[in-house]
Design a protein around this ligand. Structure first.
Ligand code: SIN
Ligand code: MN
Length: 258
């Protein structure tokens, strides 16, 4: 699936695009059917919330689950990634972010590339997230908050927050968030399961805790241009992948064919 010029222009100017009904109800059902098995596994890739039980993020699922192995090669996300990143790509990071009903914790204000650059020595922001909603995302269940156009500022100063949640993050200070929000406003992209949400790796974003009774599962594939591979292997390979082989497309019906 190729993006239109209008979509590319919106991505360049605002730092993100929303694609309604990117995946069908049938495809979402196939992706969701794997979740209880994945989340029930006590493996290091499944990072739990501070309660020690609720899954916060299931990393690297595409390396051991065949449905997600095909998903990261799906033309609906891989082709736009190759288009926006101008070349062949590999998966730098894969996350199923659960943001579970009642227990899903905050994600502090950050830029993904700021983390990939500082922790993994990724040279330039020729990487991005192609996310798909696997639950309906509403104003209640912890949608992402974005600061449109903040990607134009490059890598911003950040401090390493290792205490707020169960997962360490390079986070921005309140003064900078206030300034960027005054300049570009704030958006919380909502939509039913199946919605696509693609965003620039320098876009500043966060999400509040989920105190609603509804789960908010989103799958994020962070693609990186193969030439922009990471230079430092400090973090575990299941957080920052080290297989830089270009991905090859699966067929359009790879999730639903019998
Ligand atoms: C992230 O920023 O990587 C995750 C945010 C979220 O899933 O709410
Ligand atoms: Mn992020």
């Amino acid at each position: 699936m190729k993006l239109t010029n209008k979509q590319i222009q919106h991505f360049d100017e605002e730092g993100y695009i929303i694609i309604p009904e990117l995946f069908s109800a049938e495809e979402v059902e196939v992706l969701n059917a794997e979740i209880s098995d994945i989340f029930s596994q006590r493996r290091e890739e499944n990072v739990r919330e501070n309660d020690g039980d609720t899954v916060r993020t299931a990393f690297a699922t595409h390396t051991y689950n065949d449905v997600y192995r095909r998903f990261v090669r799906h033309p609906k996300i891989l082709e736009p990634a190759e288009q926006l990143l101008e070349g062949q790509v590999y998966v730098h990071q894969f996350k199923l972010n659960a943001k579970a009903a009642f227990n899903g914790d905050v994600w502090q204000w950050h830029q993904d590339f700021g983390i990939w650059h500082r922790d993994d020595e990724m040279p330039i922001p020729q990487a991005m997230n192609l996310a798909v909603y696997l639950d309906d995302v509403t104003e209640f269940n912890g949608p992402l908050y974005l600061l449109p156009r903040s990607h134009k500022h490059g890598v911003l100063d950040a401090g390493h927050d290792t205490t707020t949640t169960s997962y360490p993050l390079w986070t921005l200070d309140e003064e900078k968030i206030r300034e960027l929000a005054e300049q570009g406003g704030m958006v919380a992209p909502k939509g039913p399961a199946g919605t696509g949400f693609f965003f620039h790796s320098c876009l500043v974003h966060a999400s509040p805790p989920n105190i609603s009774p509804w789960d908010r599962l989103i799958v994020y594939v962070s693609y990186n241009n193969v030439k922009n591979y990471i230079r430092r292997f400090k973090r575990p390979g299941w957080i920052a992948h080290r297989d830089f082989t270009p991905l090859e497309l699966e067929p359009e019906d790879c999730l639903v064919r019998v």
